[in-house]
Design a protein around this ligand. Sequence first.
Ligand SMILES: C[S@@+](CC[C@H](N)C(=O)[O-])C[C@H]1O[C@@H](n2cnc3c(N)ncnc32)[C@H](O)[C@@H]1O
Length: 280
Amino acid sequence: MTISSDRLSYLIGFFKKETGLAMDESKAYLIRARLKPLVRKYGYDSLELMIDEIRKNKRGELAAEALDQMTTNETLFFRDAYPFEVLKKHLFPQLLENQRSFGKIKIWSAAASTGQEAYSIAMTASEEITQASSSVKVIGTDISKASIMYAKEAIYKQMEVQRGMPAQKLKQFFLQQDDNAWKVCDALRSMVHFQEANLIAPTLVTTLRHYAPFNIVFCRNVLIYFDVEQRKLVIDQIAQLTEIGGYLFTGAGELVEGKRSKWEAVRFENRPVWRLLAKH
Ligand SMILES: C[S@@+](CC[C@H](N)C(=O)[O-])C[C@H]1O[C@@H](n2cnc3c(N)ncnc32)[C@H](O)[C@@H]1O
């Protein structure tokens, strides 16, 4: 399946504008591989005809699915382990001390994918905080509609719960549906809310303002897909939604720098976590 250079540059521009995903022509093979299943699914005679349809109807279902296909949704429960140790040993104790003045503890999983990160946060909170279901709220957002639907459904395959999840937590927080399906228990689900949100949309702050200010934000393994300017925009938008003194976890090597926000790197468990110093 070939793609003419005109269509290829259209797609690259479209992905960049809509998701921030920075690609060049050398990624044509990746675009072909990711979009091929949709050609079959939607019954097009060629990939090029399908691209023409995406171009005609940028807000349609096919275009949304194409964007979904291009994002990398790889995730797992308790990914990298240390953020959850930091929550448990350092941040939750700190927040609990101030909780009377702060009210609910609000945590945002800002590229939540299929929900494993948000549920891992909720599990950690449930174990460390009495009555976590009424004192902690976790918001999971992602640009991918399919991922958010999956996260809301809260049913994970055997292979997914085996990756990173201690057996004791599986027993405590999941109900087995059948040989290959585990559902997150109601108590945990009631702590977590999922919704679609695009980190590079200028409307992000307005969309999520009613949940803010967040005490802690996870924005991991997504900043790498953005260019420098978009990264700064995302970091500034996160700052607008975070309380001063709030913390931000990024993926390994994802540096934090905003144009209008200032962050310092604080080390916990020998790893950097970002703390918001100022918003302007
Ligand atoms: C590799 S996953 C990381 C999931 C999780 N944070 C983790 O570290 O395991 C990256 C996620 O970022 C999402 N994403 C990509 N571009 C985005 C954007 N512009 N706004 C919001 N989410 C985006 C993708 O849909 C994907 O689910």
